[in-house]
Design a protein around this ligand. Structure first.
Ligand code: ZN
Length: 248
C-alpha cells in the first residue's frame, strides 16, 4: 500500500494542484488527510471539492476546519487567523460547511502500521513543538507510524532508548526518507501543503510506502504569486499572502 499524505492545505488550491500532479507521477493507492483543509487561503470551496473527490481512506479535522464549520470558537486564534476563519465561514457553501462539520476528530487508526491525527495523538489541538510534547505523543500513539500536522514543519521523531529522543528534519532537501523500523514508534509530520513554515516556500507532502517500509517527504514548487494575488483580492489579511513567499 502506498499512501499519499496531505496536511494543512489551508485553502491553497495552487499548492494542492501542484502536489497532486507531482504525487500522481510517483503513484499512490490511497490518500490520507491530516486536517486543516481550510483557513488562511482564498479557495476553501475548491479545495474541499478536490479533497472530497480523492475519497481519502483516512481523514481527520483540524482546528481551522472546526472554526470554519462554526463548531468551535476562535478564542485561541490570533487576530489574523480569526479574520481568515470568519472570512472562510462566510465564503463556504452550506454543503461544504456541513462536510467540514462532519469530519472526525483524530487520532484515527488507518491500518496496522499507521495512525493519523492533526495535532497530537493525545489531543487533536495540541502542537508538538517540544521534545516533551513529542515524547508524550510517542507514548500515546498506538501504531509504529503516527502521522501528524498542525505545526506546518516536516520532521520525524523517535525514541533512541532511555527516554531520549531523535528528531530529524529535511532541512531544505528535495526528498527526505524515514525508514519504518520494526518495534520502533515514530512521529512523522509531512509538512504543510498550503502554508509551509520551515523557511522553504515549496509545498510539502509525503508518500508512505508500507511495502518498502519507507515514508518519503517531498517538496514541490507551485505558483505562489497566484495564491498570493487571490488572497489579496479576497480582502484577507495581506500578511497571509506575504508569508507564503517566505515559507514562514
Ligand atoms: Zn494548520
Amino acid at each position: 500500500m502506498r499512501y499519499l499524505v496531505l496536511s494543512d492545505i489551508h485553502s491553497n488550491l495552487e499548492a494542492l494542484e501542484a502536489v497532486l500532479q507531482a504525487a500522481d507521477a510517483r503513484k499512490h493507492d490511497q490518500v490520507l488527510v491530516l486536517g486543516d483543509l481550510v483557513g488562511y487561503g482564498a479557495d476553501p470551496n475548491a479545495v474541499i471539492e478536490r479533497v472530497r473527490a480523492l475519497e481519502p481512506a483516512g481523514i481527520v479535522r483540524g482546528n481551522h476546519d472546526k472554526a470554519a464549520a462554526g463548531i468551535d470558537d476562535t478564542g485561541d486564534f490570533n487576530e489574523v487567523a480569526r479574520a481568515a476563519a470568519e472570512w472562510t465561514l462566510r465564503e463556504l457553501t452550506p454543503a461544504y460547511r456541513q462536510y467540514l462539520a462532519g469530519l472526525p476528530a483524530g487520532p484515527a487508526l488507518v491500518d496496522d502500521v499507521i495512525e493519523i491525527c492533526h495535532g497530537s495523538p493525545r489531543d487533536e489541538d495540541t502542537y508538538i513543538f517540544s521534545d516533551t510534547e513529542a515524547i508524550r505523543a510517542l507514548r500515546a500513539s498506538r501504531r509504529p507510524v503516527c502521522l501528524f500536522g498542525h505545526t506546518h514543519v516536516p520532521l520525524c521523531a523517535r525514541f533512541l532508548g532511555q527516554g531520549r529522543l531523535q528528531v530529524d528534519t529535511p532541512k531544505g532537501l528535495p526528498e527526505f526518507e524515514v525508514v519504518v523500523q520494526e518495534g520502533q514508534k515514530q512521529l512523522i509530520n509531512p509538512g504543510s501543503v498550503g502554508q509551509p513554515r520551515d523557511g522553504d516556500a515549496r509545498a510539502s507532502y509525503a508518500i508512505a510506502d508500507l511495502e518498502i517500509g519507507r515514508v518519503l517527504i517531498y517538496r514541490v514548487a507551485y505558483p505562489v504569486r497566484e495564491a498570493q494575488a487571490k488572497i489579496l483580492s479576497a480582502g484577507l489579511p495581506s500578511m497571509l499572502a506575504h508569508r507564503l513567499a517566505m515559507g514562514r
